[in-house]
Design a protein around this ligand. Structure first.
Ligand SMILES: Cc1cc2nc3c(=O)[nH]c(=O)nc-3n(C[C@H](O)[C@H](O)[C@H](O)COP(=O)(O)O)c2cc1C
Length: 308
């Protein structure tokens, strides 16, 4: 499961595992260590061993400074995790302006120096994986970036074959993923726009040498996607009953931990950006969900959709 800020927090991941599953690894949304050398409450929830399965959860860090990375790495290691993922893909303007995420890709020397420090400092039984874009402004930046990655024992290199300025909309640049397959011996993971079992199967057939795929928006929209990919002989139609139970458990959990209706509604509305595609014919109720100002209004619209 891809890391998605505002979507795949520990509550979502745990509830997803309980009702659906089929996923080998769950990446946390990015944690951004800084001079305070403290995790925020939100960040700690994502790595709290009491709230997360440390075997299958991979904390993700975003930073442009080795000092911050190494501090957070050591803290996370002490909690028991044995893989940390480095975010070199986030395209958000504020992140990029701070030379973080895909912003750091534009400074290959700094990237190299940071990776050097991290790999020197890391405990020997800790894996460092990377999630990357191709570059910032031009996909050809990727040739130099891949040369840098090839110098380190990166445990897994997940490539989202877009550049920063593509955000999440432009067409994925599969030809640059082909280039990576031919020019690295690092274990590769493909990420980007896989929404159906057929697309996942085609991708794995096209690249038999890769380790797997990372699924984001497609998996949130269709929570049986990973299960269906793992068990190709079974039928996995979208089932409203399971979805209804899953939804109820998520809602109850957020009501329990968040204070007030507004943050709960905000949270739940974010999921519907993806879920709505399963409910064609319910556009009116989806609109009510998006505009809901109270939980009562929200629940009424959801009940209407699920009873159809
Ligand atoms: C709302 C949203 C939040 C995201 N947050 C993160 C994040 O915290 N860390 C990260 O590496 N990628 C993040 N991503 C990127 C996804 O992990 C993934 O690379 C992207 O959605 C492409 O994969 P997909 O087409 O399967 O969704 C985010 C994407 C979206 C849409």
């Amino acid at each position: 499961m891809a890391p998605m800020e505002g979507v795949t927090d520990s509550i979502f991941r745990n509830t997803f595992r309980e009702y659906y599953g089929g996923v080998d690894k769950y990446f946390t949304p990015f944690i951004s260590p800084n001079d305070t050398k403290k995790f925020t409450t939100r960040e700690y929830k994502d790595i709290d061993p009491e709230k997360n399965n440390i075997q299958t959860t991979v904390p993700q860090l975003i930073t442009g400074k080795s000092e911050h990375f190494i501090w957070a790495m050591n803290e996370i290691y002490k909690l028991g995790f044995r893989e940390i993922n480095f975010n070199l893909g986030c395209p958000s303007g504020t992140v990029v302006a701070k030379k973080k995420g895909s912003g750091l890709l534009y400074y290959p020397e700094d990237l190299d120096a940071l990776l050097y420090d991290v790999f020197e400092a890391k405990p020997s039984d800790l894996n460092i994986s990377i999630k990357t874009r191709l570059g910032k402004l031009d996909p050809e930046e990727f040739y130099e970036i891949l040369d840098i990655y090839n110098k380190y024992q990166i445990s897994e290199l997940t490539i989202h074959p877009r550049i920063q300025k593509d955000f999440y909309r432009e067409r994925v640049r599969r030809d640059f993923f082909d280039y990576a397959v031919e020019n690295t011996s690092l274990p590769l993971i493909y990420n980007g726009d896989l929404k159906s079992v057929n697309q996942v199967v085609d991708c794995l057939n096209q690249y038999p040498e890769i380790e797997g795929v990372m699924l984001g928006r497609g998996l949130i929209a269709n929570p049986t996607l990973a299960l269906a990919c793992k068990n190709p002989k079974e039928e996995y139609a979208f089932d409203k009953k399971t979805f209804g139970d899953f939804h109820q458990r998520l809602l109850d959990s957020y009501v329990e931990v968040l204070s007030g209706q507004v943050p709960v509604l905000h949270r739940m509305k974010e999921f519907w950006v993806y879920w709505q595609e399963n409910f064609s014919g319910s556009e009116k109720s989806i609109k009510t969900i998006k505009k809901a100002k109270s939980l009562a209004e929200y629940k009424g619209a959801v009940a209407q959709i699920l009873s159809k």
